[in-house]
Ligand binder design. Sequence first.
Ligand SMILES: NC(=O)c1ccc[n+]([C@@H]2O[C@H](COP(=O)([O-])OP(=O)(O)OC[C@H]3O[C@@H](n4cnc5c(N)ncnc54)[C@H](O)[C@@H]3O)[C@@H](O)[C@H]2O)c1
Length: 316
Amino acid sequence: MRVLITGGAGFIGSTLARAHLERGDRVTVVDSLVTGRRDWAPAGASFHQVSVGDPELERVFESDGPFDVVSHHAALKDVRRALIDPGPDAEANILGTLNLLRCAAAHKTGRVIFASSAAVYGDAAERPTPEGAPMAPISPYGISKTACEHYLSFFAHNRGLPAVALRYGTVYGPAAAEESEAGVITIFVKRMLAGTRPTVFGNGEQTRDFVHVDDVVSGNLAAADHASAPWAVYNVAHGVETSLNQLYRLLREQTGYQDAPEYLDRKPGEVLLNCQDPTRIRQELGWQARLSMREGLASVVAAYRAEMVPASAGAR
Ligand SMILES: NC(=O)c1ccc[n+]([C@@H]2O[C@H](COP(=O)([O-])OP(=O)(O)OC[C@H]3O[C@@H](n4cnc5c(N)ncnc54)[C@H](O)[C@@H]3O)[C@@H](O)[C@H]2O)c1
């Protein structure tokens, strides 16, 4: 399989790029390195430092394509920064995606797989939230993911470009940046191991559907191998709701840290409760998350403890 991964020098994209290479696929990475790191893109991939919104992107399709799969992970995803100024987010995430879709359609791409997010649901009334729930984003980041999904559907139905949107829960793993959606885990673990009291914004009863990056990668491979509809949307999540207070307790057990957190005011723009229904992807693509929260967190704690983690958040 010939695969183009945008954002392949970032947390999820680089992990996915390695998985595709390991099974013998040919991988091209496009990344502007705005937050990613050149050395995170695997050595076996063809690398192009270009923004997805740049007209230069077309050259990558000409030189390395046609692609069986374009896996679109490039995005600005700092929810809090976009609340202050939504412009750069809209430019990179919406206009960048539009340019990518235009190139993908013109160069006979087999399928686009889009890294979407639970942020499209906003504060959903129904939990676990199924894919058919209303899209009601409450942040510029969620708005950009929602707009991209509409463009993907448009290209699938009007330009013959098959597409899948994978709505991730909160993706965590040893290299998740502190400012990312699962940054709370990175921050808690680093602080607990350093003996510094972590801060919880809000009362800690807000919930997330945490999913390990290895499970997200296997969800992407399932979509690459088995998706057949011209356009489909899937939740990539556990269907398990974990509050920050529960997360804190689990990490305290694993790190041996004793103290309670400091509680400060909740930050605006963040969804209060999230839990997604993963039934559709299990039934249609045969995927389900494998790593329990306890196992996944143990791998993160072990990695930070052994200082095996490439300098991620701190270096960004
Ligand atoms: N991490 C999560 O919890 C989570 C949850 C839901 C969805 N997602 C989505 O998954 C994708 C990957 O997230 P991540 O956590 O790996 O983020 P990341 O910041 O580690 O990776 C994003 C990569 O995209 C690159 N990039 C940004 N703008 C670009 C542009 N205009 N052109 C080319 N490259 C660009 C960055 O340099 C970076 O390497 C994003 O689309 C994100 O919105 C992530």
